[in-house]
Design a binder for this molecule. Structure first.
Ligand SMILES: NC(=O)c1ccc[n+]([C@@H]2O[C@H](COP(=O)([O-])OP(=O)(O)OC[C@H]3O[C@@H](n4cnc5c(N)ncnc54)[C@H](OP(=O)(O)O)[C@@H]3O)[C@@H](O)[C@H]2O)c1
Length: 126
């Protein structure tokens, strides 16, 4: 049976490249980012090349219930996630003291929560 990888930030950059690597290695995929249209295009492109299942879940992981919603949606479909690529993120420039701490705090917390939800499901302590 194929394993499944959930990749956040799959619509560009490192996440997109890893999406292609996991697809090439025969993993089913759950792809997450905010841009639904981009995810759909990537999903179609991947499915044309590989005989795997691809589910896209457009989600803003900076919004507070997002990790739980994501978990619920995946669980409702009976999908077991073997690999979590917790990659979604943003880069910032400038002095740390001038940085957008509110964005960093909110997003970092949610990315961490996603990890917790995943690890809890896999009997890990968090
Ligand atoms: N590239 C580097 O040199 C470097 C160095 C150190 C660390 N990193 C980290 O590595 C990760 C990927 O970097 P990258 O260069 O590949 O970045 P990127 O090309 O900007 O890709 C970021 C991905 O995250 C998604 N994303 C951003 N905010 C999101 C949100 N709130 N909710 C859901 N998805 C979100 C974006 O898609 P949408 O816009 O569609 O949501 C996109 O798919 C980031 O976490 C970055 O901080 C990168």
């Amino acid at each position: 049976m194929r394993k499944t990888a959930l990749i956040t930030g799959a619509s560009s950059g490192i996440g997109y490249e890893l999406t292609k690597v996991f697809a090439k290695n025969g993993y089913n995929l759950v792809l997450v980012s905010r841009n639904a249209e981009k995810l759909k295009i990537i999903s179609e492109e991947i499915k044309k090349r590989h005989d795997i299942q691809v589910k896209v879940i457009p989600k803003d992981l900076c919004k507070s219930p997002a990790p739980q919603e994501l978990y619920d949606e995946v669980a409702a479909d009976g999908i077991n996630i073997e690999v979590l690529v917790n990659n979604a993120g943003i880069g910032t420039y400038g002095k740390f003291t001038d940085s957008i701490l509110s964005v960093i705090n909110t997003c970092a917390y949610n990315y961490f929560m996603l990890l917790c939800v995943h690890e809890k499901n896999n009997d890990f302590r968090c």
